[in-house]
Write a protein that binds this ligand. Structure first.
Ligand code: ADP
Length: 565
């Protein structure tokens, strides 16, 4: 700063001139002066000084200092502003994530946040058309949609109960507490959905997002129907005829039935002791109906055979059993609509469709029976859905189920008599097997042994209400299942002999007789408990007339505590 001072010590003329400068407040009005920045004021003073005035250098020096200072202040302000913004962001509340459901024209959106519905404004930078139903969106504090996110990757898994006509889905809750109706997300808009499928919902449980599979339950219940011509069932001619009259005739002669306005059943009940072919008859119905329709019309309707065991449907969750039954019907209807021949076969039907007094699950039965009736009433006859019930205790089935228009045909599946048993033996002793004798001879021999009225064959003691006592012989308790098991066992004897001797052996009369003896000794097919009701299930007896029923000798497995009930 020495230099300007040195210069100011020159001639006195410039100082005089400087003295002639009026003060600033005289140069400009006060307001104008106040609106000027420090630099502008310096520039103003400098402009008033004569050229080369010594103070000019001081002013330039001062100006540079001020410029540097202002720059520093500017930078500091910017840093403070950035910090302010960061603090502001950290302090602001979190955004909410919602599920976008639908547009609300022209510029708003229907969004579900935390289970509550909102109509939200949408940031104009986000075109409404770019949002897809079911995707997640970010909502700010004012619940305005400020960003679109992708689809949820998590969410509850549920099963479709029913497809509603407008594309929405009725779903059941696994807990059975309530059912919901949800819409499809954009991802599933065109997907071919079916009831019974497992799907994933968004976290708000409003939209179906993903199909996870058919659901294990249905796959487990679905049964493959093998080739089962009527001839493969022995000793059930009456039952077979009744089924053909009940189901095959109306399906094959629709016009005739219509012309006579003859009511067409939607299904039938097969009742009789276990192991006598109820399930077999059910499947044979499916197989033969398909074949008959194919032969007559040339159209092949694949079977869809759901095999349900009644007790499996009973569930401790309130409403879950009903949901399952509804689900089964819905699936059959859908498959039928797709061109299949749908069969719903309910085994041990008395356990879910019994009179209220019959079951332990009274509260469940009281809702299941009316629900089943409603589903039955909703079925159109001949719409390719056939319901078959099977039961060992038809007397326990609620009469409401068996009214006309529902399951009004009861078909008895009896134990095979001697002739029937021989027929079944012949079915299993196939001509193609290595038999030691003609198959009719073998079948006759083993049937004679099976049905002999010998002491050996005495099996059950029965006491009637009248006081009369009687015995049941093994032949009285013959069943297709036992006969099939005897033949299988005889085959295994022949195979073992062949392995032991290294010779080509044949199935002999002796193999069969031994197998019969073993089968009887093991009593595999009989219930382990000594409860009259269980034993009655095995017989054709009317429970009203029997007061006592039990094995003649203690069964092998039950020697210690057994005896007649
Ligand atoms: P249910 O349903 O009456 O308890 P199933 O139909 O399940 O009896 O029969 C069990 C098995 O016994 C069948 O798979 C079949 O091998 C054999 N069976 C039963 N009844 C007959 C029959 N009448 N003719 C041929 N085989 C039979």
């Amino acid at each position: 700063m020495a230099e300007p001072k040195k210069k100011s010590t020159g001639s006195s003329k410039p100082e005089d001139e400087a003295q002639g400068i009026p003060p600033l407040d005289q140069l400009l009005p006060k307001e104008e002066l106040e609106s000027l920045s420090t630099l502008q004021i310096i520039d103003l003073i400098a402009s008033k000084l004569p050229p080369r005035h010594t103070s000019l250098f001081d002013l330039i020096y001062l100006r540079d200092r001020i410029v540097a200072l202002e720059e520093m202040t500017d930078q500091a302000r910017q840093v403070v502003e950035k910090l302010d913004a960061i603090v502001e962001k950290l302090r602001s509340p979190a955004f909410r994530i919602g599920t976008y459901l639908a547009p609300v024209e022209p510029d708003k959106a229907h969004v579900c946040v935390g289970g509550t519905d909102y109509v939200c404004r949408v940031d104009p930078q986000i075109p409404l058309a770019s949002l897809q139903s079911g995707q997640r969106v970010l909502c700010n504090e004012a619940f305005a949609v400020v960003q679109g996110l992708g689809f949820d990757r998590n969410g509850p898994i549920v099963r479709i109960d029913e497809l509603l006509s407008d594309g929405r889905l009725r779903i059941g809750q696994e807990s059975g507490l309530s059912a919901l109706v949800v819409q499809r997300s954009a991802l599933l808009a065109k997907e071919k959905l079916k009831s019974g499928m497992e799907i994933r919902l968004d976290l708000n449980q409003r939209v179906a997002l993903e199909v996870l599979g058919m659901g294990r339950r249905t796959e487990r219940l679905l049964e493959h129907v093998t080739d089962l011509p009527w001839a493969s069932i022995g000793g059930q001619d009456e039952a077979v005829q009744a089924i053909r009259d009940t189901i095959e005739m109306p399906f094959l002669h629709r016009d005739l039935f219509k012309r006579f306005e003859h009511t067409v059943p939607k299904g039938f009940l097969l009742h009789g002791p276990p192991g006598c072919g109820k399930t077999l008859l059910g499947k044979a119905t499916a197989y033969n109906l398909r074949q008959q329709i194919k032969t007559r019309s040339g159209v092949d309707h694949p079977e869809f055979f759901l095999h349900v065991k009644g007790p499996e449907i009973l569930n401790m969750w309130v409403g879950e059993s009903e949901r399952q039954v509804r689900d089964l019907f819905a699936q059959c209807r859908e498959r039928a609509a797709d061109g299949a021949l749908a069969f719903l076969f309910i085994d041990e039907a008395e356990s879910i469709l019994g009179t209220r007094r019959s079951g332990r699950f009274n509260s469940i039965l009281s809702t299941l029976v009316p629900m089943f009736c409603t589903e039955m009433d909703g079925l159109e006859p001949l719409q390719n859905v056939v319901v078959i019930l099977a039961s060992n205790r038809a007397d326990l089935i609620d009469p409401a189920i068996l009214r006309p228009g529902r399951i009004d045909r009861k078909i008895r599946v009896k134990r095979p008599d001697k002739a029937g048993a021989q027929g079944i033996y012949e079915i299993y002793l196939k001509e193609s097997l290595p038999l030691a004798e003609p198959r009719a001879d073998l079948a006759k021999a083993v049937t004679e042994a099976h049905f002999a009225r010998s002491n050996e064959n005495q099996f059950l003691e029965i006491i009637y209400r009248s006081g009369k006592k009687d015995f049941l012989y093994r032949g009285d308790l013959a069943s297709g299942a036992i006969i099939a098991a005897v033949v299988e066992r005889a085959k295994s004897f022949a195979i073992k002999r062949s392995i032991a001797t290294g010779l080509e052996t044949k199935l002999t009369r002796d193999d069969l007789l031994q197998a019969l003896q073993r089968e009887h000794d093991e009593n595999d097919l009989f219930p382990p408990t000594d409860v009259t009701e269980d034993w009655l299930k095995l017989t054709d007896f009317d429970p009203e007339n029997v007061i006592k029923l039990g094995p003649v000798r203690p069964r092998k497995t039950d020697v210690a505590g057994g005896g007649i009930i």
